[in-house]
Design a protein around this ligand. Sequence first.
Ligand SMILES: [Zn+2]
Length: 189
Amino acid sequence: MHSHTVTRSDKVCQCYVRELSQLAQLELHYGAHDVRCPVYRESLDPVDRAIDECARKLYTEHLDLWPVIAAYSRAQAIEDGVLVDLMQDKMAEVARQHYKHPIACTAAVFEIMQKAVENERHGNDYAGVLHDMLWMSRCYGRGQMGQSTVRFRVKITGAGRKSLYDFKLVIGPGDDASPVITIMLPEED
Ligand SMILES: [Zn+2]
């Protein structure tokens, strides 16, 4: 047995199934997961396939569970470290000065912030770096009114060789469908 062998159990469900009760989850085949779910695997048996198709329709189309999943995904992403919640300590104060919605950033964005802060020669702190980012997002945002994505450029010293960084700020539905903000690298989504 190789300990590093990747097995199917390493894949984490990302679809409606994880919102169901444990009992309901046990009754479903991999083929009943949403086809975009990492766990999804088409059943080989045609009868199973038909049952899976039926379950998927029942849960996803008729019960309209997707908004709940979108909200759960964000909370789960923060827990998993894929997203970093910026509504903590002094960063929360800064965030509220700029936007009325809660803000998180991707791990890649936070890594840039962290490098800047940990570089002692530049005297950065998280609140200051975040302030610069949000300030610039608002400056750029004026030209992109009414859009859910604002692309912006900000000067951050001490995070690496370059000092100008491009980001995008995305506003979308979060927990309970009220708006939340996510800061990402331009190529992330
Ligand atoms: Zn799934």
